[in-house]
Write a protein that binds this ligand. Structure first.
Ligand SMILES: [Zn+2]
Ligand SMILES: [Zn+2]
Length: 126
């Protein structure tokens, strides 16, 4: 069996199925249960509410969502409203795209639309 570094804590462990070590896996299950319990009582909670109430980080929660274990909808990074997929709601996308269009050369926007939007948004937020 191959040895691997835990993606979570960096410790060397015997890799079986997961890319994190048993210890981190156990912790992750605890986090998952916390979030699941919270969602049972607050089915309409959004990501930031869940993070605040459970103390579980955004990365972990996103991981659960991506793995299909949680069914909360992602929220727009700009205005916080629930969205179906991606990181921005359609309205914020359009708004941001208009702003980005002003700083980018025409033509370059199509190819890099998403990366630019995200990068631009990140910088703006800081
Ligand atoms: Zn670990
Ligand atoms: Zn939005």
């Amino acid at each position: 069996m191959p040895l691997a570094n835990c993606k979570e804590c960096g410790k060397l462990f015997l890799k079986v199925a997961s890319d994190i070590c048993p210890e981190c896996q156990r912790k992750e299950e605890e986090d998952f249960n916390k979030v699941k319990e919270y969602l049972k009582e607050h089915p309409n909670a959004n990501l930031s509410e869940i993070m605040e109430a459970t103390g579980v980080g955004e990365n972990k929660i996103s991981k659960f969502i991506r793995a299909g274990r949680l069914s909360i909808k992602p929220t727009c990074e700009s205005c916080g409203r629930p969205i179906d997929s991606g990181r921005l709601c359609p309205e914020c996308r359009i708004k941001l795209l208009k702003e980005v269009r002003n700083v980018l050369a025409p033509g370059s926007i199509k190819e890099y639309e998403d990366t630019f939007l995200l990068e631009y948004f990140r910088k703006k937020k800081l």
